[in-house]
Design a protein around this ligand. Structure first.
Ligand code: OSB
Ligand code: MG
Length: 373
């Protein structure tokens, strides 16, 4: 398989409702999609999870577009893929360029997706996954007040979600958690702080222990591992790292320093499937539970999340909820939906192209560009 062209699409996709975290609000889905076409006629898609502003990470839709067009796409044209092992060449070819992992991931996953399309093998199988279905949780954004949060959570529990994650920040943390426990008892519950606290808040963070949470996600700095190690030694609640883990080496360091007991793996954050597989192996070797995080993806990213979640190390419910939670109309058809309440099936996926609705892509696309050798 050889790559013939790379197409970039910038889309604005209407979201069902705004999503608020400790760093900001997302209203419409501003997304860059990558399509690769091969000389053999196969097609693959990859979704870039960078957002409009550099708030979750330093990348944006604009920087990703620039990096892919100027540096990453041109590196693909010289590569040749015959077996699944050859796909790791994408990661090696892009490794000399620093950072920009969400942009790299979009390109890398599009190539894997095209390879699945060409060989008519299922992406979960190519990755080594064997699960037939996966349990999913939901990430609930910061709500206007606690009664609104309780109403939301009640609805999600009724829909069958297997775990509730609530976003917290200073002033919007202990009271909502206490009320959630009071209203819903012993549900699988966790909190995501998106780096809203400092190690100096340790006394305050210790108060989270009384709620028996499954974990607290990324309480401290987005680039920190050391302070999380210090905090974990003083908390009984397991720490889960999200923002701090970009590479397999980061995962090794976090484990060595005892900075987390769980990792939220996001394909975009770590640069794609090849790096994710390495982190997955490390997690298995250290008996460290993984789960697959989300970045409010369209169906394309959502299917790739499902593919990686089919691997055995993903032992906790992830954030990959059905499409309807985010979009009235997804770019894929059929959309991602429950097979039974709280569970998604791992479908046969010879890439995502056969499910991509080009007419919808056309409807929401703001600009596009083709890169050729
Ligand atoms: O920290 O996990 C996060 C959304 C955007 C940016 C960061 C995060 C999130 C979520 C939502 O928690 C996950 C999802 O539903 O896709
Ligand atoms: Mg998070």
């Amino acid at each position: 398989m050889k790559i013939e062209s790379v197409h970039l699409y910038h889309m604005e996709l209407p979201m069902q409702e705004p999503f608020e975290t400790s760093f900001g609000v997302e209203t419409d889905k501003d997304v860059v999609l990558v399509e690769v076409r091969t000389q053999e006629g196969a097609v693959g898609f990859g979704e870039c999870v960078a957002s409009t502003a550099p708030l979750y990470s330093e990348e944006t839709t604009g920087t990703a577009w620039h990096m892919i067009r100027e540096f990453f796409a041109p590196r693909l044209f010289g590569l040749k893929f015959e077996q699944v092992q050859d796909l790791s060449q994408v990661r090696s070819a892009l490794a000399p360029f620093r950072g920009n992992r969400m942009a790299k991931a979009a390109v890398e996953m599009a190539v894997w997706d095209a390879f699945a399309n060409l060989t008519q093998k299922s992406l979960p199988t190519l990755l080594g996954g064997g699960k037939q279905e996966i349990p999913v949780g939901i990430s609930v954004g910061i709500q206007p007040d606690t009664p609104a949060l309780l109403r939301k959570v009640e609805g999600y529990l009724a829909q069958g979600f297997q775990r509730i994650k609530v976003k917290v920040k200073p002033g919007r943390d202990l009271e909502p958690l206490r009320e959630l426990r009071k209203a819903f008892g012993d549900i699988p519950l966790m909190a995501d702080a998106n780096s809203a606290y400092r190690l100096a808040d340790i006394e305050h963070l210790r108060a989270f222990d009384e709620f028996g949470l499954m974990m607290i996600e990324q309480p401290l700095g987005h680039d920190d591992i050391v302070d999380h190690g210090e905090l974990q030694r003083q908390l009984s609640t397991p720490i889960c790292l999200d923002e701090s883990i970009h590479t397999a080496a980061d995962a090794q360091k976090a484990i060595r320093l005892g900075a987390c007991r769980i990792i939220n793996l996001k394909l975009g954050r770590v640069g794609g499937f090849a790096e994710a597989l390495e982190i997955h192996q490390i997690a298995l070797d250290h008996h460290l539970p993984l789960w697959c995080g989300g970045m409010l993806e369209t169906g394309i990213g959502r299917l790739h999340n499902i593919a990686v979640t089919s691997l055995p190390g993903f032992v906790l419910p992830g954030d990959t909820a059905p499409s309807f939670r985010y979009f009235a109309e997804d770019v894929i058809d059929p959309p991602v939906d429950f097979v039974r309440p709280g569970f998604l099936d791992v479908p046969f996926m010879a890439g995502t192209a056969s499910r991509v609705r080009r007419d919808r892509l056309q409807k929401w696309v703001q600009s596009s560009e083709e890169v050729r050798p």
